[in-house]
Design a protein around this ligand. Structure first.
Ligand code: ADP
Ligand code: ASP
Ligand code: MG
Length: 416
């Protein structure tokens, strides 16, 4: 796989801000069946009727991306990345074409575009491509003709003219990059929960919906397991100052705002949330240097997370789905290595940590009181992350959520 040779962020020079442009992104559950697609079409048409120039980015229906991936592996044990992208990019195209039909039936004009037609240009890394440019001329033309524009999320065309995909959850990034390129001040992310919560609401019923979260906190939340936004979309939003509004497709309620930090976010609660991952691989490697090791892993497309070096030994963690790539890369290096697959992570995130000592002590105390002993601990200025045994993850999340009183109304950071 070729590494990116391009500026890592979309080049958006010359993007002309147009007032009244609204980018709305709808996730897979929101367009899971024909009735839901019609509801989404109605919502898009209503936004147009309020005077907005509307660009809607859609995900593939329900679990159809998973189905396509499964299909590929039923045909071939190691599908070629180029062909896999050709296949799995199809799902979003289906949603957009269907939504355009539903919009026509409501009496409005709409045009569906693939990522490539919409001018989403990426690097050449299949499966994890990065957007390097947005050539929005065609979208502007369609908007100028008073049309609603539907863009297939999660995909683009590479500088080598191949179809690429942006990594799982990538429609979020399509939407944010378009919002930046079109000069839309806000990107609305419509999903199956009504905002970003203090923990995954499916795991912690007492979790509270956050009113506002800073870009930095959202980056850490997304990177440590809150899958409600793709990490890359938050990076793009931060660098281009696009405000995100994460909200429910199924209600009109206000959701969560992701934006610049402001002290009102911190005056009520130091911690914004607790996140988790259930499966993480932890590798132990001996007999190489970090420079050699991480160069090889990067080349193999392994998404290395935590790195710890103690003496000659190097410990690092990586997502379970990169297991084969990591194993092959380590075998190729000819080093001694072993891996554990019985761990997950639990993390506490909050910008207030920067100025308030004692957060780590409180987290370890809460875990110890529950008989949970982390195997590995890593920190950033606004995150404490613990590797614990997979079967302890749920309990660890609940204990930390309680210890930091995230079930209290103050955790929502509601302000005027
Ligand atoms: P979409 O298909 O709309 O992109 P995703 O499934 O990617 O939606 O993301 C939404 C899901 O993220 C929710 O259903 C929820 O279970 C999960 N999630 C995990 N952590 C959080 C959190 N802290 N706040 C909100 N949702 C979360
Ligand atoms: N359909 C893609 C996925 O399931 C992209 C997305 O939904 O954002 O990962
Ligand atoms: Mg998603």
């Amino acid at each position: 796989m070729a590494a990116t040779e391009f500026e890592a962020l979309p080049a958006l020079e010359g993007a002309e801000p147009r007032l009244g442009t609204l980018v709305m992104k709808f996730g897979g559950t929101s367009v899971a069946d024909p009735a839901k697609i019609k509801d989404v079409a109605r919502r898009i048409v209503d936004a147009r009727a309020q005077g907005n120039r509307v660009v809607a980015v859609l995900s593939a229906m329900g679990d159809s991306t998973d189905d396509l991936v499964r299909l590929a592996y039923e045909v071939s044990p190691q599908p070629k990345p180029r062909e896999l992208d050709m296949l799995i990019s199809v799902g979003e195209r289906i949603s957009c074409a269907l939504a355009a039909m539903a919009i026509h039936d409501l009496g409005a004009e709409a045009i569906s575009l693939t990522g490539s037609q919409a001018g989403i240009v990426t690097d050449t890394v299949h499966g994890h491509a990065k957007i390097v440019d947005v050539r929005a001329r065609r979208i502007h033309e369609a908007l100028d003709q008073d049309r609603i524009v539907l863009v297939a999320g999660f995909q683009g065309v590479s500088t080598d003219y191949d179809i690429t995909t942006l990594g799982r959850g990538g429609s979020d990034t399509t939407a944010v990059a378009l919002a930046a390129a079109l000069g839309a001040g806000v990107c609305e992310i419509y999903t199956d929960v009504d905002g970003v919560y203090t923990a995954d609401p499916r795991l912690v019923p007492e979790a509270r919906k956050l009113h506002a979260v800073s870009y930095e906190e959202m980056l850490e939340l997304a990177a440590s397991g809150a899958k409600v936004l793709q990490v890359r979309s938050v990076e793009v939003a931060r660098s281009h100052s696009v405000k995100l509004h994460v909200r429910s497709t199924f209600s009109a309620a206000d959701g969560t705002w992701i934006r610049e930090e402001d002290e009102r976010m911190l005056e009520k609660a130091l911690i914004s949330g607790v996140t988790h991952t259930r499966e993480e691989m932890l590798y132990r490697v001996d007999g190489t240097t970090p420079a050699r090791l991480f160069a090889v892993l990067a080349n193999a497309g392994v998404n290395v997370d935590t790195i710890v070096r103690t003496g000659p030994e190097i410990l690092f963690s990586a997502p379970a789905e990169d297991r084969d790539a990591a194993g092959d890369a380590l075998d190729g290096l000819g080093v001694e290595w072993s891996a554990r697959d019985d761990l997950g992570t639990v993390s506490v995130i909050g910008a207030g940590m920067k100025s308030h000592p004692g957060v780590a002590a409180k987290a370890f105390e809460a875990l110890a009181a529950a008989g949970i002993e982390p195997d590995l601990v890593t920190t950033s200025p606004i995150k404490i992350s613990c590797h614990v045994r997979s079967e302890e993850v749920e309990r660890a999340v609940a204990e930390l959520h309680r210890a930091f009183e995230l079930d209290a109304p103050e955790a929502e950071r509601q302000h005027g």
